[in-house]
Design a protein around this ligand. Structure first.
Ligand SMILES: Cc1cc2nc3c(=O)[nH]c(=O)nc-3n(C[C@H](O)[C@H](O)[C@H](O)COP(=O)(O)O)c2cc1C
Length: 334
């Protein structure tokens, strides 16, 4: 089948398919990235890591940047507002296996923006340029930037910041087409993504609200972007990734599996988290994932509520297995 799009080129990495898993703090840990990659991700990105925290190198921070055993290429994302600290952090993450260093100019969370990090950097394009220049100068691997449109509707700096980043050596830009002030309200405005693509020569990765393979392909065609980044819609639904890959490879996207198969994969995810993190950390983290896998499954609300109260992985897995059995006994409901 003929490919309908080209690989995403970031520096020397030719990335196929041009589908990137969005970095999601508290969600896209290494277990999840390894588990979702075979569905058809060309590139995965770590949760964002504070460049300041890397100075202290706590066990948790080092765990977040350890890319050993993760299928290549992989990108590690950093945030911070100080060019020298970001440069030092970039050297550390490359030592820990990053093939690409991504700079976060997008996070709107107050705990990040109050120290001028994440999307708050967009209030000072000159500072953004200095950060990108410092990181590019510190490492041999390609450096990329992920950003929002600007701090607010009246201050859309994305083209200015992206051009500055390109001029000092950034190798790709991801644009989540919302302002920081919007958080997740309204919808991502892909017309801005198309404008950015026109304004740059380096690749542009479009991001925001993609939840369907046909829509993803349409947005890609209309905006001319080099790749799509998929975020929230993949949670509990990694089959979306395969559907986008199918469309990119010229196939009709495979149907989403039935409820019982989705829950079987949820158990696989649970077991992988247990193996990597142990009972004490995996059980609370899996509650949100299980809730997402349950979406659209008959009786989801009661089951979700039960799982929220369960403190043992054996009991949680047995509860999901019981639901699989009952779904198989009533195939029409699945
Ligand atoms: C729970 C959560 C955590 C996130 N953490 C990060 C992060 O660490 N770094 C980042 O650049 N974006 C982060 N984002 C933003 C996503 O990468 C993405 O830009 C956004 O969700 C829009 O894409 P979507 O509509 O496909 O979800 C996060 C989003 C969510 C929902």
């Amino acid at each position: 089948m003929p490919r309908t799009v080209e690989p995403l080129q970031i520096g020397s990495h030719a990335i196929w398919p041009p589908i990137v898993l969005a970095p999601m703090s508290g969600v896209t840990n290494r277990t999840m990235r390894a588990l979702y990659k075979p569905f058809g991700l060309g590139l995965t990105v770590t949760e964002f890591v504070s460049s300041n925290a890397l100075k202290f190198g706590s066990k948790r921070t080092m765990e977040m940047i350890d890319q050993a055993g993760i299928e290549k290429p992989v990108s590690t994302q950093l945030w911070g507002d100080d060019p020298a600290t970001m440069a030092a952090a970039a050297r550390v993450v490359v030592e820990c296996g990053a093939d690409i260093v991504d700079i976060n100019f997008g996070c709107p969370a107050p705990k990040v923006t109050k120290t001028n990090g994440g999307s708050a950097c967009l209030r000072d394009p000159q500072r953004c340029e200095e950060i990108v220049r410092a990181v590019v100068g510190a490492v041999e691997v390609p450096v990329t930037v992920k950003m929002r449109l600007g701090w607010s509707e009246s201050d859309l700096v994305y083209i200015d910041v992206a051009r500055r980043a390109e001029a000092v050596g950034a190798k790709a830009i991801t644009l989540h087409a919302r302002t920081a002030r919007q958080f997740y309200r309204g919808s991502a405005d892909w017309a801005h993504i198309a404008r950015l693509k026109e304004a740059l020569t380096i690749p542009v990765i479009g991001n925001g609200d993609l939840a369907d393979a046909q829509v993803a392909m349409q947005r890609m065609r209309e905006s001319g972007v080099d790749a799509v980044m998929l975020g929230r819609a993949t949670l509990g639904n990694p089959w979306l990734i395969s559907q986008v890959r199918d469309a990119m490879e010229g196939r009709t996207p495979a149907a989403t599996p039935g409820a019982a198969d989705r829950l079987r994969f949820c158990i696989e995810h649970y077991r992988a988290m247990l193996a990597d993190l142990g009972e004490r950390r995996a059980v609370p983290q899996m509650r949100k994932h299980v809730a997402l896998y349950l979406k659209g499954i008959p009786g989801a609300a009661q089951l979700r509520e039960r799982i929220m109260r369960i403190d043992s992985s054996d009991e949680a897995i047995a509860t999901i297995e019981a639901r699989i059995e009952s779904l198989e006994a009533e195939p029409v409901a699945a």
